[in-house]
Ligand binder design. Structure first.
Ligand code: PHE
Length: 433
């Protein structure tokens, strides 16, 4: 079994934590959820929630990791032996998330190559649906994407995970800024900005508030032990507060930039901002086909998505990987092979659920939709709920020991014990209805 690793520097930790947070949630999910929930007003609610309520569970998860210096199951077990079963829900959630997240990763690989022929496609909607229904190609690409992520996870925390993040995250930022500039220079770009920043208060409702909260938790990677595991590799006894702010600020900035990249382009071509999950794979390629050097820009865009998905994908795998290594005393390579097998077994039927297995329904949903629903709406909020309750009521963690500001400490304590659990219970109920 490998020796417990540590981040080589504080920068390494922050960049990998940001790499985990910034992912498909920012570039793919955030713009379409915002598009479906009224634009600017959603953004205001989202920013309010992410800068207040989300701070607490994010801090809490990293803190428990740093405190216990163990993977998920061991961390919960060291608090109380019986909690280890709750801890085990984290790596299980990770494997289930990986099984649908990596499918989208596979689609991205396809679009990276397809970018060179982007203007040869006749009907973008049709192309996308034909592609995802194909019984072979998407499966191979899902496995390829999984292989890329597992390969770097297998290389270890410092030589694999840290290194990949240090390269891909700056590349991601550069491409994003480049694409934002291009989008803002399109005619009618101001309509997109208006849509993003001019709120229509009549669209405010509880469903939208909870959608914003769900999105905020998902994008910050809270609730599956990824951050707990990353937190457990922090060596020095420095305060976490600044890191948590940096993670939230960077994640929100990247989501905003993704919106600023996508909406002006959508409006410039008179397309609809609320086309849902197809926004990135149907609406955006259509735009690329109509602008000069569209195939290069399309290539850059899908490389951007690829960087975001790989760094998050690695963090999704690291939590179950660390659990396997430390619980079963196996080598990292063996743990990665087992995870590769487990994820493939679920991901293949999920990939096929867009085509040949489309009629197979789990609780009325296709396998892909069910996995997305089960993890994003139920398991992530539930794991966060358990961890907040354990910290607030059982461990009785006090804000004053973590934060050096009295008001912040008070808000942390009340948030951890009452506000966040209540918000999470509402989120789970909304998900079930
Ligand atoms: N935060 C990642 C994203 O925005 C997704 C993720 C969720 C990663 C949960 C790890 C854990 O894409």
């Amino acid at each position: 079994m490998e020796k417990r690793p540590n981040w080589t520097s504080k920068y390494a930790f922050i960049v990998t934590a940001i790499g985990s947070a910034v992912g498909l949630g920012n570039i793919w999910r955030f713009p379409y959820i915002m598009g479906q929930n009224g634009g600017a007003i959603f953004l205001i609610v989202y920013i309010l929630l992410i800068s207040t309520i989300c701070f607490i569970p994010l801090m809490n998860e990293l803190y428990i990791g740093k405190l216990t210096k163990k993977e998920c199951v061991g961390a919960y077990e060291s608090i109380n032996r019986n909690f280890k079963y709750l801890g085990a829900l984290n790596p299980i959630t990770g494997i289930l998330i990986a099984s649908f997240y990596f499918i989208v990763g596979g689609w991205i690989i396809n679009y990276i190559f397809k970018s060179f022929f982007i203007n040869k496609i006749q009907n973008y909607g049709q192309y996308f649906s034909d592609f995802i229904q194909n019984p072979v190609y998407p499966c191979i690409l899902t496995l390829l994407f999984l292989f890329i992520c597992i390969f770097y996870t297998a290389k270890g925390v410092t030589k694999g995970i840290e290194r990949v993040n240090k390269i891909l995250m700056p590349l991601f930022a550069i491409i994003l800024i480049f694409l934002v500039i291009i989008s803002l220079r399109l005619p009618n770009a101001n309509l997109g900005l208006e849509y993003m920043f001019k709120p229509d208060f009549s669209k405010l409702n509880t469903h939208m508030i909870l959608a914003a909260l769900g999105q905020a938790f998902f994008t910050l990677s809270i609730g599956m032990g990824a951050l707990l595991t990353y937190g457990s590799y922090i060596k020095e006894d420095k305060s976490l507060v600044r890191s948590v702010y940096t993670i939230i600020l960077s994640d929100t900035t990247f989501a905003l930039l993704a919106g600023i990249m996508i909406f002006p382009a959508v409006f410039a071509f008179g397309l609809e901002p609320n086309s849902g999950a197809g926004l990135v794979f149907v609406t955006i390629p259509k735009i690329f086909s109509q602008i000069p050097h569209g195939n290069i820009i399309s290539f850059a865009f899908f490389i951007l998505l690829f960087c975001a998905a790989v760094t998050s994908g690695i963090s999704i795998l690291e939590a179950p990987c660390a659990t396997f290594i430390e619980r079963f005393k196996t080598s990292r390579i063996k743990a990665c092979c087992i995870i590769f097998g487990m994820v493939s077994i679920i991901a293949i039927p999920a990939t096929l659920s867009f085509g040949v297995l489309g009629d197979l329904k789990v609780f009325g949903k296709t396998i892909f939709d069910f996995l997305d629903f089960l993890t994003s709406n139920i398991m992530l909020p539930m794991n966060t709920l358990f961890l907040c309750l354990i910290s607030g009521w059982y461990l009785k963690i006090k804000g004053k020991n973590i934060l050096n500001n009295k008001i912040m400490a008070f808000l942390f304590d009340t948030g951890l014990k009452y506000i966040v659990p209540i918000a999470l219970i509402c989120l789970i109920f909304m998900g079930l209805n």
